[in-house]
Structures are given as structure tokens and as C-alpha cells.
Unconditional design. Structure first.
Length: 371
């Protein structure tokens, strides 16, 4: 096993009135792994995350980074060397995207040319062209773009540790799937130790190298996603992963049981500028393109828009063709098999006339089957 990067030793957080948020936690997090803390609201996962960068001080116990007791490190210096990403991003509204990314390198007094080079590198890494986005303000960005900037800001000073508190939790289903997939690619490049908090088991299994399941301030089980899914320790863990329910009814369920109705869609005759404005307003990373009869024709993402210098051309000139359509009334299991065969994270659903009725996603499948 890799070296221990973060060690929590008998860590507790107790608030006045003997309210126990974290209870005698012992945990080793290894170098370059993505460790996911998962559990219901109030289980102590975010408190645990915040104790690692001393936004919250533990009542008892010790936390070590690279063998050093963090209580002996200046908290400001500690935080400058730990990236931090939160659900609502927290970008400074009066700063451009580029200025937001550059905050920590500036605080660490990097040379100006080194900061500019790093900011450009990060824009490229997160898939947003610097020449387009560096001067934009947060209100000019979609939700997914703001979240990308938040990730880039956390990575700006090349910290060895990144803490992420439900970073994709507030995004729409399509955007969430896209950013999860992109983050998996970024993870391979950056080689950081990442502690990731979520309440979504599908997201935990998809992203995590190891999971730590929490309840009432305690760690109930730690292991790889495969280990936990195959061998849940107790009934609580079974309920978290949906072991008693998963797939038991999927063979009799229909596509409409998993339908997300409010899928972002736009007419294929709209210009790229109109699509861009719509995507910003809708806070989404991609939209389904429909014809005059509201039939899904293709999909367009920000990457497709960036590739064209002419925003007046119709979106039908740059869209990607949809390789699969699912019909209302189809057996859900068969529909998901089709998606899996094509490696599609989501697919449009149409009625008998071919009109778009919504989408289905693997994320939503897990949530419904375990609810």
C-alpha cells in the first residue's frame, strides 16, 4: 500500500451541549488516492473534512499530514497548501475567472509570469479555453463552468492534498455526469491525495479508490467500492449501498420510472450564440438539439461551441449525432443494457411520435433503485 499521507488518530469533535459530530475517528488516507467519505446528512463527513485543514479544530485526537501534527502548523500556511472545493464554488464575484484561479499563487508570491503560465495550463486542463474564459466574471459562467473554475483554483498552487465537499451536488444530471467523467481524467493527471465528501453512493463508487461509510460520527466500514458492495458489514451499510433493493425490481420497471423530464433542449435552427446564451441561463454543460417536431437530433456541448469562431451559424452545423434513443414504455433493464453497450452516461427518451420526453441517466437509476 502507498505511504500514509493523512492520518486521523482518535479524532473527536464535540460541540457545547455534548453534541458529538465526530466520535473517536481513526483513519489512514494514502498518498495519491481518492478517498470518499459517504453517509447521510449529519453523519460527520463534512466536519471530518474541515478538520483536515483546520477550518474546524478537533476537540480530541490528532491529525497528521506526512507524519507532522497539523496542530503545530500555522493554519493559514496549512490551508495555502491544501486545495479546497465546495458545492457552491464560492468564486469571488468581483474577480474574473482567471483572477479567481490565481488567488493562492498570488498569496504565495509567485512571479507574475509563473502565475499566468499556471492559470493558462489549468484552463486547458479543465477544458475551458483561456482566451475565452479568463476575463469572464462568475455571473457570465454556467454552473458547470463555475465548478470547473473552482477545481482549477484548488489546484492552482499545485497542492499535494485536495479536499472536495460535494462539488457536483448542485448540478443538473447531464452536467454532473460530464464533470464526473472529466474529473476522473484530471485525477490521473494531477496525482493528488483527494478527500471527497458525498451522499451519493453512485458517485462514490464511480470516483473513489476507497470509501469510508459514516454514521453518527463514526466510521462504520472502510474499503474499496468492490469490497463494500460485495461484503457490506451491517444493515446500515447495506441500506447505504442499496444491497437489499438494487436490481430486485428493475426487470419489471419501465423507462418512465427513471425519467428526468426537464432535459435542456434547443431547436436545431438556433445560432451558436443563442445556444451559448441558453446554456448559460440553464446552467448546463450540454443540451439536446431537437427539430421542429421536437424530435432529438443530436447533442451539443461547450466544447462543440468553442471549436467554432462563427457564433452566427446554426447549431445543426456542429452538433454530435445521438446514437441511441429510448422509447417510453421500454423495459428499463433492456434500455440500460443498450446504454452500457454504447458506454453512454445518459440517453434521450421519446414517445411514439419520436418527440423528446426527457432523459435517463445511470446516476438517477441508482438513486431511484435505492430509495
Amino acid at each position: 500500500m502507498s505511504n500514509v499521507k493523512i492520518k486521523l488518530e482518535n479524532v473527536s469533535k464535540i460541540y457545547p451541549g455534548n453534541i458529538i459530530a465526530v466520535n473517536d475517528l481513526n483513519l489512514d488516507i494514502y498518498e495519491h488516492e481518492l478517498f470518499v467519505l459517504i453517509g447521510p446528512s449529519g453523519c460527520g463527513k463534512t466536519t471530518t473534512l474541515k478538520m483536515i485543514n483546520r477550518l474546524i479544530e478537533p476537540t480530541k485526537g490528532k491529525i497528521y499530514i506526512d507524519g507532522e501534527d497539523i496542530s503545530r502548523i500555522n493554519p493559514v500556511e496549512l490551508r495555502l497548501n491544501i486545495g479546497y472545493v465546495i458545492q457552491d464554488v464560492g468564486l469571488f464575484p468581483h474577480m474574473t475567472a482567471g483572477e479567481n484561479i490565481a488567488i493562492v499563487p498570488k498569496l504565495k508570491k509567485w512571479p507574475k509570469d509563473a502565475i499566468e503560465k499556471r492559470v493558462t495550463e489549468l484552463f486547458n486542463m479543465i477544458g475551458l479555453p483561456a482566451e475565452i474564459f479568463s476575463k469572464r466574471y462568475p455571473h457570465e459562467l454556467s454552473g458547470g463552468q463555475r465548478q470547473r473554475i473552482g477545481v482549477a483554483r484548488a489546484l492552482a498552487a499545485d497542492p499535494p492534498i485536495v479536499l472536495m465537499d460535494e462539488p457536483f451536488g448542485a448540478l443538473d444530471p447531464i452536467t454532473r455526469v460530464i464533470l464526473q467523467d472529466e474529473f476522473l481524467k484530471i485525477k490521473k493527471i494531477i496525482k493528488k491525495t483527494i478527500v471527497f465528501v458525498t451522499h451519493d453512493i453512485e458517485e462514490a463508487v464511480k470516483l473513489g479508490d476507497r470509501l469510508g461509510i459514516m454514521k453518527d460520527g463514526k466510521l462504520i466500514q472502510v474499503g474499496t467500492p468492490r469490497d463494500i458492495l460485495k461484503n457490506p458489514r451491517d444493515q446500515f451499510v447495506r441500506s447505504i449501498i442499496g444491497a437489499d433493493k438494487i436490481y430486485k425490481r428493475i426487470d419489471v420497471l419501465k423507462v418512465e420510472d427513471f425519467l428526468i423530464k426537464d432535459a435542456p433542449a434547443i431547436n436545431l435552427k438556433c445560432s451558436l450564440k443563442e445556444v451559448e446564451d441558453f446554456m448559460l441561463k440553464s446552467n448546463t454543460e450540454a443540451v439536446i438539439v431537437i427539430d421542429e417536431q421536437k424530435r432529438p437530433i443530436g447533442i451539443v456541448s461547450w466544447a462543440d461551441i468553442y471549436q467554432s469562431n462563427d457564433k452566427k451559424i446554426p447549431v445543426e452545423n456542429v452538433l454530435k449525432t445521438i446514437n441511441l434513443q429510448i422509447e417510453m414504455g421500454e423495459n428499463a433493464l433492456e434500455a440500460f443494457k443498450k446504454m452500457a453497450n454504447l458506454n453512454l452516461p445518459f440517453a434521450p427518451v421519446v414517445d411514439d411520435n419520436g418527440e423528446l420526453k426527457g432523459i435517463i441517466t445511470f446516476n438517477n437509476v441508482m438513486k431511484i433503485l435505492t430509495s
